[in-house]
Design a binder for this molecule. Structure first.
Ligand code: LLP
Length: 428
C-alpha cells in the first residue's frame, strides 16, 4: 500500500518537496503546511471528469474547509469557482481579487449586511436557503433595481451515513427548503415569478465525509425527479460537496472524482429519461481538495505514563488548532517526520497542551520511541483544522505555509501575543 505522505531519499517526510523537519525549524511549531501541487491536482481531477464528459460545470471549492487569501488565489488560478458562507469569507475572497462572478453564497441565516455585501460586489450566485432569505433578498434587490442569479437549496430527504452533526440532507435539518411539506415547490414558484431573481436551478448538500456513492446518486436522482415533477428545466443542478477522504488506514475512499462521475452520469441518465435538457452540474468539494494536502507539525514535549493504562505524549498544539478529534471523535494518523517508516515500539495517545481532558489529537498512535523535541506530523489536517481554529487558553494560532516545488512561503503569519490582546480594552 502506498503511504499517504511523501518522503525523500533520506526517508524523511516531505511536504511539497521540503523536509517537514526543516519547515518546523524555519517556521516554528505548531505549523500547518500545505502541499500546493496536491491541491492543484485534486482541482484538476475534478475538472477533468466534466470536460471528459463534455458537461457544463462549476467546481466550486467549499472554502469553509480552509479559507485564506492565498487559497483563494490558487483556486482562481486553477479556474475554480468558490463557495462562501459568510461576510468574512466574502471579504477574504475580495482581498484575494477572486472573480466575484464565480462565487456562490451558501448559508441558512445570511444577514442583511452580508446580502448587501454580496449584491454590491456582484457576487455570482446566491444559494437561497429559506423564505425569510427569499423575501429579504427580494427587498434588497428591488430597492436597488437589480436581478440576482440564485439557486434554491432544498433538503431532498436523503440521509448520508456520517456523523450526526454533519449530515444535512435529511428532512429534520436547519438547512434548505423542505420538499415533503411542499415548501420547496412553493419557493420555486415564488422565485420564478419574481423579476428580481434569475433562478438558475436547485442545490442540495447531503453531508460530509461520505464514502458511499449511493447517497449522491439518490440525491441527484431525487433532484431531477423533483424538477421534472415541478415542470422546471434547471440550468444548474448543484449537488454540494461531502466526498470522503482518508484520515486513517480504516478509511478506504474511492477517488473523489469517481463520486463526481457517478453524480454526472445519474443526472445525465435521469434527464435523458425525462427528455429534459442536460443542466450544468455544479459541485462544492471542500475537504477533498485541501484535507489530504495539509499536515500539522508539532514538537513533542511532556510525557505521562499511566501504568497499565496508557502513555500520553503531549505536543505544543492541540484542540485550538485542530478541534476535530474533540468535537467529532475524529481519527488521525501521526508520524515522526524524520522516521515515518520506523517500526512502532509503543502505542500512545497524542494529547495537546490545552486545559481540557478531551484535548486529544490522535487517540491511539503506534510510534517508535520518541524524545522531547522530536517533530511529529499529524496527517491530512488540511480541511477544517485552520478554519475551525480558536485562541482557547489564549494560545496564538499557528502559521500556515504553502509549499510547492521545494519552495515554502508563509501565507498566514503566526499570531503573536500582541494579536491575542489586540481587540481587548481595559475596563479600569
Ligand atoms: N457545500 C455545503 C453546502 C456544505 O455545507 C459543505 C460542508 C460543503 C459543501 C463541503 O463539504 P466537504 O466537501 O468539505 O465535505 N466541520 C466539519 C465539516 C462540516 C461540513 C459543513 N458543510 C468537519 O470538520 O468534519
Amino acid at each position: 500500500m502506498t503511504t499517504p505522505y511523501e518522503t525523500n531519499a533520506a526517508g524523511h517526510l516531505t511536504v511539497g518537496g521540503v523536509e517537514a523537519n526543516e519547515l518546523a525549524a524555519r517556521f516554528g511549531t505548531p505549523l500547518y503546511a500545505y502541499d500546493v501541487s496536491a491541491m492543484r491536482q485534486q482541482m484538476r481531477d475534478f475538472k477533468r471528469v466534466f470536460t471528459e464528459r463534455q458537461v457544463d460545470y462549476a467546481v466550486s471549492y467549499a472554502s469553509k474547509a480552509f479559507a485564506t487569501v492565498a487559497m483563494y488565489e490558487v483556486a482562481a488560478q486553477e479556474g475554480m469557482h468558490i463557495d462562501v458562507v459568510s461576510g468574512g469569507e466574502t471579504y477574504t475572497a475580495l482581498e484575494a481579487n477572486f472573480p466575484m462572478s464565480d462565487v456562490s453564497f451558501n448559508g441558512n441565516n445570511k444577514s442583511e449586511e452580508e446580502l448587501v455585501m454580496a449584491i454590491e460586489n456582484n457576487l455570482g450566485t446566491i444559494i437561497v436557503d429559506n423564505f425569510f432569505e427569499l423575501h429579504l433578498l427580494h427587498d434588497l434587490l428591488a430597492e436597488r433595481d437589480r436581478v440576482q442569479n440564485i439557486l434554491l437549496r432544498i433538503t431532498p430527504g436523503v440521509e448520508a451515513h456520517t456523523h450526526d452533526y454533519i449530515s444535512t440532507g435529511q428532512t429534520d435539518s436547519k438547512f434548505g427548503f423542505d420538499v415533503n411539506s411542499g415548501q420547496a415547490q412553493a419557493a420555486l414558484q415564488e422565485a420564478l415569478a419574481d423579476p428580481h431573481f434569475n433562478v438558475l436551478g436547485v442545490h442540495a448538500h447531503i453531508g460530509s465525509q461520505i464514502f458511499d456513492v449511493t447517497g449522491f446518486q439518490m440525491a441527484a436522482t431525487k433532484l431531477v425527479d423533483l424538477v421534472h415533477e415541478w415542470g422546471f428545466n434547471p440550468k444548474v443542478i448543484n449537488t454540494g460537496g461531502g466526498f470522503g477522504i482518508r484520515y486513517t488506514e480504516d478509511d478506504e475512499p474511492i477517488p473523489a472524482s469517481d463520486f463526481v462521475a457517478a453524480i454526472i452520469d445519474t443526472i445525465a441518465e435521469k434527464t435523458t429519461e425525462y427528455g429534459m435538457p442536460m443542466p450544468a452540474v455544479w459541485i462544492e468539494p471542500g475537504r477533498s481538495i485541501v484535507g489530504p494536502a495539509g499536515v500539522s507539525l508539532y514538537t513533542i514535549g511532556s510525557r505521562k505514563d499511566v501504568p497499565g493504562i496508557r502513555s500520553y505524549l503531549a505536543v505544543d498544539g492541540g484542540m485550538g488548532d485542530n478541534i476535530r478529534p474533540a468535537l467529532y471523535q475524529a481519527k488521525y494518523e501521526a508520524v515522526l517526520v524524520n522516521q515515518p517508516e520506523a517500526p512502532a515500539e509503543e502505542v500512545v495517545r497524542v494529547a495537546g497542551k490545552y486545559c481540557e481532558s478531551g484535548d486529544v489529537l490522535v487517540w491511539e498512535q503506534a510510534l517508535p520511541k520518541t524524545k522531547v523535541g522530536d517533530v511529529l506530523a499529524v496527517l491530512a489536517t488540511g480541511a477544517y483544522g485552520y478554519s475551525m481554529a480558536s485562541n482557547y487558553n489564549r494560545n496564538p494560532r499557528p502559521a500556515v505555509v504553502f509549499v510547492e516545488n521545494g519552495e515554502a512561503k508563509v501565507v498566514v503569519e503566526r499570531e503573536s501575543y500582541q494579536d491575542i490582546v489586540r481587540l481587548d480594552r481595559h475596563y479600569l
